[in-house]
Design a binder for this molecule. Sequence first.
Ligand code: SF4
Length: 362
Amino acid sequence: MSDRIRELLRDTREGYRITEEDARALMEVQDRRVWEIAAAADEARARVCGDAVTYVRNQNISVTNVCVNACGFCGFSKKPGDEGSYRFGKEEIAAKSALALQREVDEICTVSGLHPEFDGSSYIEIISTIRESAPGVHIHASNPMEVAYGARKSGISTKEQLEAMKEAGLGSMCGTAAEILVDPVRKVICPGKITTDEWVRIITEAHGLGIPTTATIMYGHCESVSDRVKHLGILRAIQDETRGFTEFVPLSFIHMNTPIYRKGIARAGATGREDLLMIAVSRLFLDNLPHIQVSWVKLGLKMTQVCLLAGGDDLGGTLFEESISKGAGAQHTDYLDPAEMERIAADLGRPLRRRTTLYRMV
Ligand code: SF4
């Protein structure tokens, strides 16, 4: 092992906060030292949050796949009138919410396309409908892009939009639409989306209003290691200031049905080494974020289990009805039985624990 990597890992064990340059060096490791980094991250995970592997019982409701944007990594969105386009009305949202309640979920998660007819009140109506139909269930909804879109369409500020959503029952917001928080990369993969500064501002506004959020990254397309690390640096700085992130969710790019892959702009997703190091280096770098989620939807169950040995502690949701990754070509997206989660956790000698969105144990 080179001295620099060895020293870094030793220093993190003693509480040293690694820099972006350190994180870049760790992410670039290509040989067996990958296992040393994973081991250091696993130790950090044990120190920070113990041995439990957690999950939340949740249901997704994507209200529409019709979207005014055309992000190059998205295999989910459709234009109005396209074959397969849909939009749920109030009754369908209510029926799906009632079904979620019957399934005893702790969370309903809803993020959708940016429908041309939506404005700020559309998001408030979605949240109110879920609250009425599934009282007591935590509503994890929207993201900074939807907030910006709704606010713009209604001619109000994003803060006012967030306040109204909170009033309607929003419990926490998704930290998606972050993709890579580096504008030149955003211009290539999602030119219609909010900028890095807008994403940061809206997330910070949410935290200021007492709306916690997740933090995400989507990697493995056309970003560089430096871009990934810059992104992590932005998240760590926000968390130092607000403490509003509940967890970090690395999302490995699913390439198959996406325009940027078909056009040759993006590569065919991250490799296994990159997936493992994304979890491990995130654990070491984000010393102020207690939970690192491993997305079984993106990684499949076997890789997910390996990542639980590299700093990951959470499996995310059971996800009845997932459509966004499925649209992009992912295969295992609809529902993960907690019995399967139990099997992979027990195989590592660790207990599985059901949690709420905000990490209270059920
Ligand atoms: S990622 Fe979201 S905003 Fe972009 S095209 Fe897909 S649904 Fe629309």
